[in-house]
Design a protein around this ligand. Structure first.
Ligand SMILES: *[C@@H]1O[C@H](CO)[C@@H](O)[C@H](O)[C@H]1NC(C)=O
Length: 393
């Protein structure tokens, strides 16, 4: 009964909307022209159209210059979540309020509590029967899919499909993370879910986003430390000179690396590399990590299982030099040596080994690289741009 009435109403309404506007516009135009107000009217209409397209930005929350997160809200009314804005994956997921494992609640000694998503408290949430499961380098998560409103950076996606995690790997319980928002390409998305960025594109001035990561030097635990800008190039925090390189794959943000050097070591082997905001450090082949260790005179610290150097050398070690598309990009030691409060005057080399080859990219340019160069993720032109980042220290 109600359905029948509804269908009748909808039919009536759509009949009306087809006819009335054209008639009204015609008579309105005639009226405005008669009164000499037509050009002013057109100008407002034009302005309104321009305003429909926009850009947005949100700060990164900086943990030890090592971990950069962003805030989003989901559902109606909006529930907050602090998530990884991750260019190395393409799905959004948050934690189900119904999950009460230690990983979902956050380990008490981690110092971080979780903001979970309560689907029963969102009037716009639509649960699906489909399941999802994602493997990351650090661990896995799984649960079911659903749809709801998602907002971030002052922008709103009315209907976004995402994962509601009912199982999380232990590692997430130790991180200040309530979920992950993937900014990679659709081909990388699990279950063929359309990534948030693709759903945002129609609203944006330009089909791209800019990542700027700040370097604080002083210890930061969740303070503002960078900016992600959707739909525009960040001209405030990034140098105006941008160099672009084409992508070699539209899965990860992947491109070719032509060579690398540090101190007296240099190599010119062509390799595949990805730009990944969700990886804190620089991932490099074994041989390169060994070279960096040797050139910086780092030692392996067995208690922290990290390569460390004396913190006093933070600003005086040789640059890491990457050759990409014929341009040399220098990452200074102040960017790749981090004070993680290890004690004993020791600072960490923000570098890790990717092993000695195999499938896929052999390098990951994580936050270590992105701190030095703003990355412009240009979806429209399938390219990535680099511009020197301005820092607050
Ligand atoms: C991010 O969210 C947390 C928790 O909801 C809040 O305490 C913090 O102020 C937010 N930060 C920003 C920059 O919005």
């Amino acid at each position: 009964m109600r359905t029948a009435v509804l269908i009748a109403l909808v039919a009536a309404c759509s009949a009306v909307t087809v006819k009335v506007p054209t008639q009204q516009t015609g008579s309105l135009r005639a009226k405005l022209i008669r009164e000499g107000k037509y050009s002013a009217f057109l100008a407002t209409q034009h302005a309104a159209r321009i305003q429909q397209l926009n850009s947005g930005s949100q700060p990164f929350l900086d943990y030890y210059d090592d971990f950069y997160l962003g805030n989003i809200t989901l559902g109606t009314p909006g529930q907050p979540a602090t998530i990884v804005l991750d260019t190395g994956s393409s799905n959004l997921w948050v934690i189900d309020a119904a999950c009460n494992s230690q990983a979902c609640n956050g380990y008490p000694d981690s110092g971080y509590t979780k903001q979970k998503f309560d689907t029963t408290k969102s009037s716009s949430f639509v649960k699906e029967t489909r399941k999802f499961s994602i493997e990351y380098g650090s661990g896995s998560c799984s649960g079911y899919l659903g749809k709801d409103t998602v907002s971030f950076g002052g922008l709103t996606i009315a209907t976004q499909e995402f994962g509601v995690a009912t199982h999380l790997a232990e590692v997430f319980g130790y991180q200040p993370v309530d979920g992950i928002l993937g900014l990679g390409w659709p081909a990388l998305a699990v279950d063929k879910v359309v990534p948030p960025m693709q759903n945002l594109l129609p609203q944006l001035d330009a089909p791209l986003f800019t990542v700027w990561l700040d370097r604080k030097l002083s210890i930061s635990n969740g303070g503002s430390g960078g900016l992600i800008t959707y739909g525009a190039i960040d001209t405030t925090n990034c140098d105006s000179a941008i160099t672009y390189v084409p992508l070699t794959s539209k899965t990860y943000w992947q491109f070719a690396l032509d060579g690398f050097s540090v101190g007296t070591y240099s190599e010119s082997k062509k390799d595949q590399v990805i730009s990944d905001t969700g990886t804190s450090w620089l991932g490099a082949p074994n041989s390169v990590v060994s070279a960096i260790v040797k050139q910086t005179k780092a030692t392996f610290d067995w208690s922290s299982e990290l390569y460390t150097v004396d913190c006093s050398t933070m600003q005086t070690q040789p640059d890491l030099v990457f050759t990409i598309g014929g341009t040399k990009y220098n990452v200074k030691s102040v960017e790749y040596i981090l004070d993680l409060q290890l004690g004993g005057g020791k600072c960490a080399l923000a570098v890790f080994s990717m092993g000695s080859g195999g499938f896929g990219p052999t390098w990951i340019l994580g936050d270590t690289f992105i701190r030095q160069y703003c990355n412009i993720y240009d979806i429209g032109n399938a390219q990535i741009g680099f511009a020197q980042a301005h820092h607050s220290f």
